[in-house]
Design a protein around this ligand. Structure first.
Ligand code: ZN
Length: 326
């Protein structure tokens, strides 16, 4: 049994996908202020008249990928129970001063730095009101990636620290994390419960924030909320094992969807959060060279014949000036 569990343990988050309003505002904030790399400009494969924006580290490694569906003109959603309500980015211990200075420079208010489970945290909102956190991790490895964008490599965001799920109850979600995905309960204080894959990879943490009050509002998904959280499967075989295991546990899990850069299955965890399990490969360099990532609007092969008509539905965007191109 232990072997089987070891087999399907995830290293952590693959990507997080949220809903934005204006795509240009989103690009300017995530590349220009937070210094992430736009690694893919493409369309929502299920709604190809809208963009899908991908930000990550230089190479677009799993555990560093934040993606947005910009829904221009759509109403604001409401963060609440049954949602991922905060996205935590990992920074090195000695870069907190840089970040408080940088946010101040850009006129972005933040809370903190405060302490949480021995780590330093600041919280602030993105332009659409999504809760973001910068969290100092211990033993963050040196950054060997090429310099791109406005943030120096030695203080750059190093992918996700983790994600916070706000739930009305936590037991069944905790069981899913520990029994199916190999997480371990590592900390608990007040209403926050922390689970860690122990992989040491970026995005290894899931925090459950318990909101049991019947007055707590259920989240409404629209602009300014997280759409789903994807966990990593190292390959198709591991994904198939997870899919089988979820089906056996009576989760309503989808068939495998080809997302070109990875393959995905989706299901809703017991607390209501939409989860995905995405394969590590093939990766973002499948249709663009590594040093060209995010430099052109990409369509998956099935939409390429309709490029012209689809492009006419999309508001043109200005790409980041320095984005890793040499
Ligand atoms: Zn996804």
């Amino acid at each position: 049994m232990v072997d089987f569990l070891m087999n399907i343990a995830t290293p952590g988050i693959h990507h997080i996908t949220a809903i934005a309003g204006d795509p240009q505002t989103n690009i300017d904030f995530y590349t220009g202020v937070l210094g992430l790399r736009l690694v893919k400009l493409t369309v929502n494969f299920d709604d190809p008249g809208t963009y899908h924006l991908y930000y990550a580290d230089y190479a677009g490694r799993p555990g560093t990928v934040l993606t947005f569906f910009p829904w221009e003109g759509a109403p604001l959603g409401r963060p609440g129970t049954g949602q991922a309500t905060a996205i935590g980015f990992l920074i090195s211990e000695d870069s907190m001063d840089y970040w408080t200075g940088r946010l101040t420079e850009h006129g972005i208010g933040f809370d903190g730095p405060g302490e949480r489970f021995g780590e330093s945290v600041i919280s602030f909102l993105d332009p659409d009101g999504i809760d973001l956190e910068l969290i100092t991790g211990k033993n963050v490895p040196a950054n060997d990636d090429p310099q791109f964008g406005p943030v120096p490599a030695d203080v750059a965001i190093r992918g996700f620290h983790g994600v916070t799920l706000t739930l009305a109850s936590y037991e069944r979600t905790a069981a899913l994390l520990t029994q199916t995905f190999g997480y371990t309960a590592v900390h608990e204080t007040g209403s926050r419960f922390r689970y860690d894959t122990g992989s040491g990879a970026p995005g290894a943490i899931v925090d459950i924030l318990l909101e049991p009050s019947p007055r707590a509002l259920r989240g409404e998904m629209a602009v300014g909320t997280v759409h789903h959280v994807a966990l990593r499967a190292k390959d198709d075989a591991q994904q198939a094992k997870v899919q089988k295991r979820l089906a056996e546990g009576h989760f309503d899990v989808t068939s495998v969807r080809d997302r070109l850069y990875f393959r995905s299955i989706y299901f809703r965890e017991p607390g209501g959060v939409l989860l995905e399990v995405a394969t590590d490969g093939p990766g973002f360099d499948v249709d663009e060279a590594l040093d060209q990532l995010g430099s052109a609007l990409k369509f998956p092969p099935r939409y390429e014949p309709d490029r012209e008509s689809l492009e006419s539905l999309l508001t043109p965007v200005r790409l980041p000036e320095r984005n890793g191109r040499r």
